[in-house]
Design a protein around this ligand. Structure first.
Ligand SMILES: Cc1ncc(COP(=O)(O)O)c(C=O)c1O
Ligand SMILES: N[C@@H](CCOP(=O)(O)O)C(=O)O
Length: 434
C-alpha cells in the first residue's frame, strides 16, 4: 500500500511508515494512492463469511503484502474478539451496535487494530514511540486500553476539561502504567490542534518518536470500514438498498464507510448525522467549509468544530461537491430533538439509544421522510448508553445498569495533569517527560 499526502507536498510512504508517522510532514493527511476493488466473488459470498474473514479480505486487499497472511489473520482475530450485533429497532431500521469492545465505544475497532499493527512492526525493531491522542471522550480510553502496558510505547491523552462525561473522564484518567492524561483548558479542537502542532515541531520530532492515534492515522480508518461490510452481509438477503447513518464529529467513522464503498460495497447512501456542530452538513448545503469553535452538546464526543477528516472526504471525490452529495446526505439535530428521539424509541420498544446513536437514528428517519425511498436502514450506535448515564437516565426516567467494565473505573481516583491550550506548555511537558 502506498500513501500520499492530501497536501501533496510530502513524499509517498508505505503503510508501515504512515502508521508510525501518523501525519505527513506537510500537515496533510495520508490517503491511499489507490483503493482497490474487492472481487465480485467476495460480494457474492459475503453473507457466508465471518466478521473476521471479511475484515481479513478487506485489509489484505488494501495493504497488500506488507504483513504476511498468517500474521494478519492473527492480528484481525485478536482485534475482533467481540461482536457488532445488528439489532432490529423498527421495520427496515436496525442499529449496528459498535460498543461491545473493552471501552464500550466504536473506537475499540480502530484503536485495537492500530495497537496490534504497531506492536507487530515493533517486534522487528526496538524503538520507543510516544503516542499523542486528542479526545472528545471516547478515542482516548479506547487507545489507552489498546496500548496499556505495551513495552516501548507511551501514550499521552489530551482531553478538554469539563467537556467529557464523568465516566469517560474516569476511563481516561485511571489506567496508569504507560498512559498519562492531560486535562486541557479548552475544547476538543484545541486538543487536536496541539497534537497537530507537536507533529510539525522540529525540535520535538528530533528528540521523540511521535505518532498519532487519532483517526488522522490511517491504521485507525481501515478497521472502521469492517463493520459496514459486516452489517451489509447480514442484510444482503433482503435485497433492498442499504443506507447507513453515521453519527459524526471528526468524520473518521464516515470515511471508513466511504472507503468500503470505494472497495465495491454497494451502499446506496450515507447519512452524515451531526449534532449542533454541523460544519459538514453545512458544507454539503453551501459548498463552503467554515470550521468554527465547537459548542457543547449531550452527544459530547461529536463536539468537533474543525473535523480532521474533511480533507479526506473531499479528496475521495476530487473536491466535486455534486459527487459528494450523490453519496452523502447531511443533517443535524439539537439536544432537544436528540433527547426526544431517545425517549420515543425507548417508549416504543424498550431500546435504549445513547445520544450519539440517537442523532444517527434521527438522520435515518429524516432521510426516509425526505426521499420516500424504501431501504434497509442502519444507524450506528457508537457508544454504550451507560457512558452517558446521567443524561440517558434522566431522559428515559429509569435507572440503567452500569456494565461491569465501567463499575470498576467509577471508584478509581482521577489522575490528570492540567494544561493550558498553549502549544509551548505541551511542548515543555513532553520534553520533560522524555
Ligand atoms: C460515541 C461517538 N459517536 C460518534 C463519534 C464521531 O465519530 P467521528 O469522529 O469518527 O465522526 C465519536 C467520536 O469520534 C464518538 O465517540
Ligand atoms: N469523538 C472523538 C474525537 C476524536 O476522534 P478520532 O476518531 O479522530 O480520533 C473522541 O471520542 O475522542
Amino acid at each position: 500500500m502506498r500513501l500520499y499526502s492530501t497536501n501533496r507536498s510530502a513524499a509517498e510512504v508505505s503503510f508501515k511508515e504512515a502508521v508510525f508517522k501518523g501525519l505527513p510532514d506537510d500537515n496533510g493527511l495520508f490517503m491511499p494512492v489507490s483503493i482497490p476493488q474487492l472481487p465480485s466473488a467476495f460480494f457474492e459470498t459475503i453473507d457466508k463469511l465471518s466478521f473476521q474473514e471479511i475484515a481479513f479480505q478487506v485489509t489484505k486487499t488494501l495493504i497488500g503484502d506488507e504483513i504476511p497472511d498468517a500474521d494478519l489473520k492473527k492480528i484481525i482475530d485478536d482485534v475482533l474478539s467481540f461482536d457488532a450485533p445488528l439489532v432490529k429497532v423498527e421495520d427496515n431500521i436496525s442499529v449496528l451496535e459498535l460498543f461491545h469492545g473493552p471501552s464500550l465505544a466504536f473506537k475499540d475497532f480502530g484503536a485495537r487494530f492500530m495497537a496490534k499493527i504497531m506492536s507487530y512492526f515493533l517486534q522487528k525493531e526496538k524503538k520507543e514511540i510516544h503516542i499523542l491522542v486528542a479526545t472528545s471522550g471516547d478515542t482516548g480510553s479506547a487507545v489507552a486500553q489498546g496500548f496499556l502496558g505495551m513495552p516501548g510505547i507511551k501514550v499521552t491523552i489530551l482531553y478538554p476539561s469539563g467537556k467529557v462525561s464523568d465516566i469517560q473522564e474516569k476511563q481516561l484518567t485511571t489506567l496508569g502504567q504507560n498512559i498519562t492524561a492531560l486535562e486541557v483548558n479548552g475544547t476538543f479542537d484545541d486538543c487536536q490542534r496541539l497534537v497537530k502542532e507537536a507533529f510539525l515541531d522540529k525540535e520535538l520530532n528530533n528528540k521523540i518518536n511521535l505518532s498519532s492515534a487519532n483517526s488522522i492515522n490511517i491504521s485507525r480508518l481501515i478497521p472502521q470500514s469492517f463493520y459496514y461490510f459486516y452489517a451489509y452481509s447480514k442484510l444482503k438477503s433482503l435485497g433492498l438498498p442499504v443506507v447507513f447513518s453515521t453519527p459524526s464529529g471528526n468524520f473518521g467513522n464516515l470515511c471508513g464507510g466511504l472507503i468500503a464503498k470505494r472497495m465495491g460495497l454497494p451502499i446506496h447512501k450515507f447519512v452524515a448525522s451531526t449534532n449542533a456542530n454541523d460544519v459538514v452538513p453545512e458544507f454539503l448545503e453551501t459548498g463552503i467549509f467554515n470550521p468554527r469553535p465547537s459548542v457543547a452538546t449531550i452527544s459530547n464526543a461529536m463536539d468537533v468544530g474543525n473535523p480532521s477528516n474533511y480533507a479526506r472526504l473531499v479528496e475521495l471525490y476530487g473536491k466535486d461537491l455534486e459527487a459528494i452529495k450523490k453519496d452523502i446526505f447531511g443533517t443535524r439535530y439539537n439536544d432537544e430533538e436528540t433527547a426526544q428521539a431517545i425517549e420515543k424509541v425507548y417508549k416504543a420498544g424498550g431500546y435504549i439509544m445513547d445520544p450519539h446513536g440517537a442523532v444517527a437514528y434521527l438522520g435515518l428517519k429524516e432521510y426516509a421522510k425526505t426521499t420516500g425511498e424504501k431501504f434497509s436502514g442502519v444507524f450506528l450506535a457508537t457508544a454504550h448508553p451507560s457512558k452517558f448515564i446521567e443524561v440517558v437516565e434522566e431522559i428515559i426516567n429509569k435507572k440503567i445498569e452500569l456494565p461491569e467494565r465501567l463499575q470498576t473505573v467509577v471508584n478509581k481516583k482521577k489522575e490528570a495533569f492540567p494544561l493550558t491550550s498553549d502549544f509551548s506548555d505541551l511542548k515543555s511537558y513532553l520534553l520533560k517527560s522524555m
